[in-house]
Design a binder for this molecule. Structure first.
Ligand SMILES: CC(=O)N[C@@H](CCC[C@H](N)C(=O)O)C(=O)O
Length: 372
């Protein structure tokens, strides 16, 4: 049987983006099929997997969800087990999340608990979002696999291994992707008056977008408008006829999200008039906030406090997005941060989780689940 460290390293080498997790799914299935099958039901959903472990005397079903996808980032670590998929990396810790889920599945399968458990290996967390369609598919086709309570964790680079952090209520933001295409008129660099330059229009719009949070949102509310990618033009001596801005919006409530979108649309209309162009807006996919069930989360924090190997922290909410929010929208449960002690953050090409988190977290999660 492979060690969990070996599994993490092998998963790390094959990062795949949302709904392309074919090798990852095959790898996980091989590990799951190698277990004693007596209590297991295994169902595939797109590139995801659902594994049900029948309890000894089940009164409820406890869910454990892991995400599966990597990011389109070129890895810059010097690890011996670097990504073998050029231009892709597990830079958000989903390799660790999957390994912990497998480790927990092994333990619960080896020594079953009274209740049943369901492990959700969910694709496409980074985008376009697998949780909502997976939840809806379970409701429609596999009511029997729906958990009564659901748990998940996310790696936290800023904390040492052994740290658990979460909070009752709102933990992560509402999100919306943002894609803006600006269409003008391309032309010779020497004849700007015959063109509609979209590099200038996009630069102007980008700067105006930055006024939304500072001037249109109540300072007591919170919002983020991030443009992570900006592209325009073809070569140095042609005025660009097309530019694209790609970003994401984060807010702590749905009303503020609408205010931000209203301002984006108003500034786009103003850009159209000012630069004689067309601005198309696509909001891509949006995630529901992560709202931890208050009493379950308080009890979880009390449990963590009693564990000698754990430092538990009541943390602040963050502007991170997580489509796990869609599960918590309908099923009680919680998401928590687990420290991995990396000097590089999430979505960084040098992220390097301390693998000791796996050996710490599997028994911690197992004993918490046995206490439920
Ligand atoms: C945990 C984490 O980093 N999640 C991502 C989710 C991204 C959702 C979507 N693609 C977007 O950009 O809005 C995050 O960036 O917070």
């Amino acid at each position: 049987m492979k060690t969990l460290q070996q599994i993490r390293r092998e998963l790390h080498q094959i990062p795949e983006i949302g709904f392309q997790e074919f090798k990852t799914q095959a790898y996980l299935l091989e590990e799951i099929h190698a277990l004693n099958q007596q209590r297991l039901t295994i169902v595939k959903w797109r590139t995801g997997i659902v594994v049900h472990v029948k309890g000894l005397n089940p009164k409820k079903t406890i869910g454990w969800r892991t995400d599966m996808d990597g990011l389109p980032i070129s890895e810059q670590t010097s690890l011996s087990f670097q990504s073998t998929h050029e231009g892709y990396m597990h830079a958000c810790g989903h390799d660790i999340h999957m390994t912990v889920a497998l480790g927990l599945l092994r333990q619960i399968n080896k020594a079953p608990i009274n209740d049943s458990m369901v492990f959700l290996f969910q694709p496409a967390e980074e985008g376009p979002g697998g949780a909502l369609p997976m939840r809806e598919w379970l409701k429609e086709h596999h009511q029997d696999l729906l958990p009564d309570v659901i748990l998940a964790f996310h790696v936290a680079p800023e904390y040492p291994v052994g740290t658990i952090a979460t909070r009752p209520g709102l933990l992560f933001a509402n999100t919306s992707e943002l894609f803006m295409d600006l269409h003008g008129v391309e032309g010779h660099a020497a004849f700007p008056h015959r063109t509609k330059d979209m590099t200038i229009a996009a630069a102007s719009l980008l700067m105006q977008l930055q006024t939304i949070v500072s001037r249109s949102i109540n300072p007591l509310d919170s919002a983020v408008v991030t443009i992570g990618k900006m592209t325009s033009g073809t070569v140095q001596n042609i005025i660009s006829g097309h530019a694209r801005l790609e970003g994401t919006i984060r807010t702590m409530d749905a009303k503020t999200m609408q205010t931000v979108k209203n301002r984006i649309e108003a500034l786009s209309r103003a850009t159209e008039i000012a630069f004689e162009c067309k601005v198309e807006i696509d909001y891509g996919s949006g995630y529901y906030q992560v709202f931890n069930t208050p009493d379950i989360t308080s009890e979880f924090l009390s449990f963590a406090k009693l564990d000698e190997s754990t430092v538990s922290i009541l943390c602040d909410a963050a502007m991170t997005g997580e489509d796990f929010g869609f599960f918590l929208q309908e099923i009680p449960g919680l998401l928590f941060w687990a420290g991995i002690d990396s000097s590089y953050g999430l979505h960084n090409a040098k992220l390097n989780p301390d693998e000791k988190v796996i050996d710490y977290l599997v028994p911690f999660a197992e004993s918490y689940i046995r206490s439920l």
